[in-house]
Write a protein that binds this ligand. Structure first.
Ligand code: BGC
Length: 483
């Protein structure tokens, strides 16, 4: 059976119905609010490009233009995301937009998120070493450029450099913030006899933008809706006042990694609930990533859990009466896949949701309680999708983009039910398209940004070094050995 069928609302006791209604009031974001969010978002994007700066970092990436589809060469890519670490070898072949890829995926152990910097670099080096020993024994690694996808906000004065501004996505590793992350990686690799050089440090969104534009010239924005959220787009240097002092040509394109997870850290416009406030308060970085904390996969399950805990504590006896609810007390026990599974339950009696609650939480909700948790999951998923659309709409408005393709990746985009349709609906409301109009801005599944995108950006960098465009290159000596 496809789609969701809710049971009869008539069977739900009045007090639970009222609670569902309260949740609807708490989590619903109407068109007017979406538009207010977008208006403020546009201003904040502008501010991030200005000399004063603002909440949204709008990081200059030194990716100076789109690929033409004919880039070539073999590259290593290392992708350090929120959940996995991936090592890839990518060969961009001579056929337009084509590539071959070999890859290995490793789970980032949870302890690493809050471990030491040394443990982090050792783990990354272990994975890279394993990959190389398996695929590249006895090859000349000094000639194999590495694209390092480091999906955290980084200040880049150069493309082969990046100072971590702050950890996001629940990471909290001492001694990395405020430091350039390229030297420790290169050093540990050197110590292990792997003379690999980082040709480009990139963000997953910039990779997504570039990889998607490799095969689709209508791509103007790259987005991630996953453990974290963010987007990148191409700006003209002349519209980035904060780099005016560099005297670069005003019409030169430069990709901007917005880091818009930090949107509205000042709490001016986002419709935050008490649950969002708790998430922020108890996170390793309170006051940061306000937009991300309402929309990203890392937090959706926790918002749901906090809402249920609130009911248990503030309205005793209303739900799960007489049951042992202790398991539900563990922070971050539920991830977004829990909500996704509830939303995907195709049965009228929500039997899959019942199984899920029993298995993971040791709770057997009654049929009306199942209706309540289903509606709560829908509300949280819908709010995330609708707010997510605001970031895309804001970039379109800022750049006066009437129509384009947006390349999107991340676990929420690819796996969360109805996320795409709900986001598309929100865009229609925000951008006021007539009901009969076809969607002018479409968010579609992206090419592999962190792998192919990293390789392409490394290729583009080497290509421009060869052509004499040395803007944003730090280590010329190393770049030349890679040519
Ligand atoms: C990071 C971004 C990243 C996004 C998606 C955010 O937490 O700060 O750099 O692009 O997650 O992975």
């Amino acid at each position: 059976m496809v789609g969701a069928i809710l049971g009869s609302i008539h069977d739900i006791p009045q007090n639970l119905l009222q609670q569902i209604k309260d949740f609807e009031d708490t989590f619903t974001v109407d068109s007017t609010k979406l538009k207010q969010v977008v208006d403020h978002f546009v201003k904040e994007l502008e501010k991030g490009l200005s000399v004063e700066g603002g909440n949204i970092p709008m990081n200059v990436t030194w990716v100076l233009g789109f690929p033409d589809g004919y880039e070539q060469g073999t590259f290593l890519a290392l992708d350090m995301g929120g959940t996995n670490l991936r090592v890839c070898e990518i060969t961009l072949t001579d056929e337009k937009g084509a590539f071959d890829i070999t890859q290995s995926k490793y789970k980032m152990p949870d302890e690493l998120r809050t471990g030491t910097a040394e443990e982090l670099w050792e783990y990354i080096a272990d994975c890279l070493q394993q990959f190389i020993e398996f695929h590249h024994e006895n090859e000349d690694l000094a000639k194999l450029p590495l694209g390092f996808t480091f999906s955290y906000p980084a200040t880049q004065e150069y493309i082969d450099h990046g100072i971590l501004q702050r950890w996001t996505k629940g990471f909290d590793i001492d001694g990395v913030e405020g430091q350039d992350v390229v030297p420790p990686l290169e050093e540990i690799l050197k110590k292990r006899g792997l003379p690999i050089k980082v040709a480009a440090l990139i963000n997953d969104t910039t990779g997504t933008l570039i990889a998607s534009s490799y095969t689709d010239s209508q791509m103007k924005i790259g987005c991630i809706f996953g453990t974290g959220v963010n987007a990148a787009y191409m700006e003209d240097v002349g519209s980035v006042p904060k780099i005016a002092h560099l005297g670069l040509p005003a019409d030169m394109p430069v990709a901007i990694n917005c880091e818009y997870g930090a949107f509205d850290n000042e709490h001016v416009v986002l419709p935050r609930t008490e649950y969002d406030c708790i998430i922020d308060r108890d996170s390793p970085r309170p006051g940061q990533q306000a937009f991300e904390k309402m929309t990203a996969g890392l937090y959706l399950g926790e918002i749901f859990r906090l809402a249920l805990i609130d009911l248990l504590d503030s309205r005793p006896g209303l739900i799960f009466n007489g049951q042992d609810t202790s398991k539900l007390r563990k922070p971050y026990l539920l991830d977004a896949s829990f909500l996704a599974a509830i939303e995907e339950d195709p049965y009228e009696n929500l039997s899959e949701t019942l199984d899920l609650f029993e298995r993971q939480l040791g709770i057997r909700p009654t049929p009306p309680e199942l209706e309540l948790v289903r509606r709560l999951a829908e509300l949280i998923g819908t709010r995330a999708a609708r707010l997510s659309a605001c970031g895309v709409a804001a970039i379109c408005k800022k750049k006066n983009i009437e129509s384009c393709h947006v390349g999107a990746d991340g676990s929420v985009f690819t796996k969360y039910p109805h996320f795409k349709a709900r986001g598309a609906q929100a865009l229609r409301e925000i951008l006021d398209w007539a009901p009969s109009e076809k969607d002018k801005v479409s968010i579609m599944a992206a090419e592999d940004g962190s792998g192919v995108g990293a390789a392409l950006i490394a290729a583009l960098t080497l290509k421009r070094v060869k052509a004499g465009n040395l803007a944003g290159i730090r280590n010329m000596a190393d770049m030349k050995t890679l040519l």
